[in-house]
Design a protein around this ligand. Structure first.
Ligand code: G
Ligand code: G
Ligand code: MN
Ligand code: NA
Length: 254
């Protein structure tokens, strides 16, 4: 209850921040994308999204939270353009609770992107497998609408869910994000290497790009490059950066 009230207030005041983690294209070593990660600093300390997103979901605040993150992301894209950074795409995370059945939130998201004057192809939505489960079939229509408008869809935490792989055939995903748990074991564990190599081969065969998450070492980067992974994200290049640090980082990287 305490967190709910504090979060409601923070949302009303727009007091949540968004950090951006760079994603590097292994083909040209440029930053082509970032992931938007919400941050809430409450009474001097950061509360993890793992803690407050479930609260937002339980108390019908997920819609406001999602809209705030998307608005801030669009404004960040404008700030990057104004500073003449390379045009990048930014991915926002969306949970099942942000696809409320009757409310058609996806229309609101497209409206926000339009209002902010951002081309839809610069916004990507990161979803998890559960959104594509058979009982959520209407969400795939919503996702199709987002895709038709020009947005791209990434499947987050790939390999950690329990659903069948059939959704990979029925829904056109643009990017598969290889979960950090596989990446962190790459150098020590032959089986992790086999799994990652298989995921990359499968993604290629299905016409999807792969993004490896949680890359922390040069060794992991090199293995991923040899395996033909397309993009990497992780502390090896950068932690998630606050708004005002992103322009500097992108300009220094170029
Ligand atoms: O940086 P990290 O601690 O941010 O993120 C923890 C978890 O919170 C991750 O699973 C991430 O996907 C999720 N997350 C971060 N930002 C958002 C957001 O804006 N919306 C949703 N739904 N999840 C988010
Ligand atoms: O579930 P999702 O993939 O959206 O989660 C992103 C989470 O991963 C965030 O909490 C982010 O801070 C974290 N993260 C990003 N890069 C790294 C990394 O290299 N190592 C670790 N341990 N966590 C990372
Ligand atoms: Mn994510
Ligand atoms: Na992930």
């Amino acid at each position: 209850m305490y967190l709910k009230n504090a979060l409601t207030k923070a949302l009303q005041e727009g007091a949540l921040e968004v950090y951006y983690q760079p994603i590097v294209d292994l083909h040209n070593r440029q930053i082509e994308k970032c992931e938007a990660l919400v941050r809430w600093q409450h009474e001097g300390k950061f509360i993890s999204p793992m803690e407050f997103i479930p609260v937002a979901e339980e108390f019908q605040l997920a819609k406001d939270l999602g809209q705030l993150v998307l608005e801030k992301t669009c404004r960040q894209l404008q700030a990057l353009d104004n500073a003449q950074c390379r045009p990048i795409t930014i991915a926002v995370n969306r949970s099942v609770a942000e696809f409320p059945k009757a409310k058609r939130s996806h229309e609101d998201w497209l409206e926000i992107i339009r209002e902010q004057g951002i081309n839809a192809d610069r916004i990507s939505f990161e979803i998890t497998e559960s959104i594509l489960a058979p009982e959520n079939s209407e969400f795939t229509d919503y996702l199709s609408t987002l895709k038709k408008a020009g947005c791209t869809i990434s499947l987050d935490d790939f390999g950690t869910g329990y659903s069948s792989l059939s959704y990979l055939r029925t829904f056109p995903i643009d990017n598969l994000k290889i979960d950090r748990s596989f990446v962190s074991d790459l150098e020590e564990d032959e089986e992790a290497l086999t799994l990652v190599s298989t995921i990359i081969a499968m993604a290629k065969a299905l016409g999807m790009k792969t993004i490896a998450e949680g890359v922390e070492t040069r060794g992991q980067l090199q293995l991923l490059e040899e395996l033909g992974c397309d993009y990497i994200q992780g502390f090896f290049f950068s932690r998630p950066l606050p708004e005002d640090k992103l322009v500097d980082y992108l300009q220094a990287f170029d």
